[in-house]
Design a protein around this ligand. Structure first.
Ligand SMILES: Cc1cc2nc3c(=O)[nH]c(=O)nc-3n(C[C@H](O)[C@H](O)[C@H](O)COP(=O)(O)OP(=O)(O)OC[C@H]3O[C@@H](n4cnc5c(N)ncnc54)[C@H](O)[C@@H]3O)c2cc1C
Length: 414
């Protein structure tokens, strides 16, 4: 306790998927945390219609969810494994196919409603020793007594040696810290909906690249599919304005009728797409994780998977620092986290941008190039490297994402 204020060794602004996973990772290793989340996710009844926001979750992220003790409860509720991935191009014969079996995996990943993950994590926080949650947003902070004095919108205050911004793409933590943001607008929107298809999805993630943007069908447990249809802004508006029957026909054609006739069975939502990258993932006594640090194009389903890697890496760095008797908010400690995560994120983001540009063009030269490129990947060792990347397998991953626990600290962390 500093002065009259309450204190916490780590304050995490944002209890979405990434902030909550970080909080549980730290608390389970013996580091007390306080999570600020104004809109905690409520559990989803089993008979509720599917949520529009679903994510392809990699095996590495699943290992993190296992490590923090929420995977068993999540997997009981209508999650869907995908064991194959089929990618093809509308403008060339290029195609790529992956299967979990050829990689020696049970599955390439799982399709899960975001709210299922968020609410399972949030519920677990409620039972985890060392976790305090507050349902008020962070308002601001100032330097005080060698740490930060954080003020919440409800007027309460907390002193902490380390503030983590897990507060999403419009991060207040990032903005107030004055960390510059690089933005690359894709001039596209992602249309999301749940659809029924005439043919079974075969537990396959289907993705067709069209000049107007990629279209993904992600398999859901009841046989329906969650679609992410990225379209140039004007085209997205046209598609949104279509009558139901015309929308269904357009969607069927956009997937080249690969799954037969498609029928939308949910509302349609649209998300504007842009790449975002914070100029730094750390600042004085603060760190950014998840969308607060980086936003990627959803075409390869990497956004929250990158965020989970951030959470696992930051937890590992902080727990190791405490074990060595270091100050968690020290720049040298935070730099270890930044070095670890910034390069990986940069590579993934640039790769997504190149793919988006390469496949978003009708230019015959680019069509030829991507055709040749995809055939090359499909026939060579590059395929395995690409598939392992998509499945989130890497020796450089944090321990929690490789199925190894963080050894809990002995003694009290003040
Ligand atoms: C169409 C679409 C499809 C996608 N598909 C995939 C996919 O298949 N796979 C994948 O890996 N990723 C996918 N993503 C990306 C993924 O959804 C995001 O990366 C992920 O939701 C980010 O999680 P987060 O916890 O970092 O941020 P958020 O989910 O934005 O959570 C931030 C939290 O912070 C809280 N908050 C905000 N301000 C404050 C404040 N001042 N104080 C305290 N709390 C605050 C908010 O209430 C919120 O709960 C997709 C994205 C889109 C748009």
């Amino acid at each position: 306790m500093k002065g009259k204020q309450a204190s916490a060794p780590v304050v995490i602004a944002g209890g979405g998927m990434v902030g909550s996973a970080l909080a549980l990772s730290l608390a389970r290793a013996g580091v007390p945390v306080c999570v600020l989340e104004p809109r905690p996710a409520q559990p989803l009844p089993d008979d509720a219609p599917y949520e529009l926001r679903c994510s392809a979750i990699s095996p590495a992220s699943i290992r993190l969810l296992q490590a923090v003790g929420v995977w068993d409860s999540i997997r009981q509720q209508r999650v869907s494994p995908y064991r194959h991935m089929r990618v093809w191009d509308s403008e060339s014969p290029a195609r790529l196919a992956f299967s979990a079996a050829e990689m020696g995996l049970g599955e390439l990943g799982w399709i899960i409603e975001n709210r299922r993950i968020q609410s399972a994590l949030w519920q677990a926080l409620g039972f985890c020793p060392g976790v305090e949650t507050r349902q008020s947003p962070l308002a601001q902070w100032e330097n005080r007594d060698g740490g930060l004095l954080v003020t919440l919108e409800d007027g309460s205050q907390l002193w902490t040696p380390l503030l983590v911004g897990a507060d999403g793409r419009q991060s207040r933590v990032r903005e107030q810290a004055g960390i510059p943001l690089r933005v690359h607008p894709y001039a596209q929107q992602a249309l999301v909906a749940v659809v029924e298809t005439e043919k079974p999805h075969e537990h396959t993630a289907w993705q067709r690249f069209l000049p107007t943007g990629p279209l993904a069908f992600l398999p859901l447990a009841d046989g329906s599919s969650s679609i992410v249809w990225s379209l140039d802004d004007a085209e997205a508006e046209n598609v949104r304005a279509l009558e139901e029957a015309d929308f269904n026909a357009a969607l069927t054609a956009a997937l080249d009728a690969r799954l037969g006739r498609c029928r939308r069975i949910s509302p349609l939502a649209a998300f504007p797409l842009q790449m975002q990258r914070a100029g730094a993932f750390i600042g004085p006594r603060l760190a950014l994780v998840g969308d607060a640090a980086h936003v990627v194009h959803p075409l390869a389903g990497q956004g929250v998977n990158l965020g989970f890697l951030d959470a696992a890496a930051l937890a590992e760095v902080l727990v190791e620092a405490l074990r060595r008797g270091e100050d968690m908010g020290d720049a040298r400690v935070l730099n270890r986290y930044q070095r670890w995560r910034k390069a990986d994120t940069l590579i993934t983001q640039e790769f997504m941008t190149v793919l988006q540009r390469l496949f978003g063009s009708r230019h015959p030269l680019l069509a030829g190039l991507r055709g040749a490129g995809m055939q090359l990947v499909d026939k060579t060792v590059l395929k395995k490297a690409f598939a392992w990347h998509v499945a989130g397998q890497s020796d450089d991953h944090p321990r929690l994402c490789r199925g190894q626990a963080l050894e809990p600290l002995r003694g009290q962390v003040a």
